[in-house]
Design a protein around this ligand. Structure first.
Ligand code: NAP
Length: 243
């Protein structure tokens, strides 16, 4: 029988992270799932599924917590094959109104959080001489967006870190890629006013927002044997918005 592979997914309680977790569970991965908190509804999604998983609550911007997350995975499963850096937040506002605190918070979670998880997993994957790191960036990291200078800086930084780490780890057969979603239907985009969504739709050639599964399908591919010759890439899932 094929050995079960292990995946860590951050921000997995809802939205894109949850969808990626379910996709990997169905593909036979054992899961170590992080989020800030787990409520009964989020937990039941995984307990109702016939899959092997551990839930962990904590903040990815804390390097100490991230180390304990890795320890949990190694103690329970003995390897970390795939890491998905999905946890993320927004604190939007035009630059003249954006507080330093809102700038720092988004950098702390969306950029430093990814650094923490990549650093801790790189050590383990280099020793294993195999591994996949999948970072969730954003179209905003590629093109910028008015009102999201903090988020754009973090997501652009994730792209630069992805390319750099791909170069650092390639000789150990650890592949590092990023997904750049466009606008996907989740709690994060639910807060957008109707006129903003209408204007966005005019910029999306496929004429609709994406579904969480659209992103999860690509994450599954990047976690699979079939993507073994792909590293350092930023792949868009955006209905053609970045053409
Ligand atoms: P979401 O529904 O808000 O889910 C994000 C999850 O991450 C939430 O459960 C959140 O917990 C958790 N989280 C936040 N801060 C965390 C931290 N410090 N440590 C651990 N977990 C944390 O958002 P989503 O739309 O699925 O987004 C997932 C990822 O895709 C994010 O990185 C986002 O930037 C990116 N993305 C989304 C879109 C889109 O259109 N939705 C487009 C491009 C990129 P709380 O709810 O407690 O904060």
């Amino acid at each position: 029988m094929k050995e079960m592979k292990t995946a860590i997914i951050t921000g997995a309680a809802k939205g894109i992270g949850r969808s990626i977790a379910l996709k990997l569970a169905d593909a036979g991965f054992a899961l170590v799932l992080n989020d800030m908190k787990w409520d009964a509804e989020s937990e039941s999604v995984f307990s109702d599924r016939n899959c092997d998983y551990v839930l962990s609550s904590g903040d990815v911007s804390s390097s100490e917590y991230v180390k304990s997350l890795m320890d949990t995975a190694m103690e329970k499963y003995g390897s970390i094959d795939v890491v998905v850096n999905n946890a993320g937040i927004t604190r939007d506002g035009l630059i003249i109104k954006m507080s330093e605190e809102d700038f720092d918070k988004v950098i702390e979670v969306n950029l430093k959080g990814v650094f923490n998880v990549m650093k801790a997993s790189a050590r383990i994957m280099m020793k294993q001489r195999i591994g996949r790191i999948i970072n969730i960036s954003s179209i905003v990291g590629l093109r910028g967006n008015a009102g999201q200078i903090n988020y754009a800086a973090a997501k652009g930084g994730v792209i630069a870190m992805t390319k750099s780490l791909a170069k650092e780890l390639a000789s150990r057969s650890v592949l590092v890629n990023a997904i750049a979603p466009g606008f996907i239907k989740t709690d994060m985009t639910d807060v957008l006013p109707e006129n903003v969504v209408e204007s966005l739709l005019t910029q999306i050639p496929l004429g609709k927002l994406g579904e969480v599964e659209d992103v999860a399908n690509l994450a599954l591919f990047l976690a699979s044997e079939e993507s073994g010759y792909i590293t350092g890439q930023i792949i868009s899932v955006d209905g053609g918005m970045n053409i």
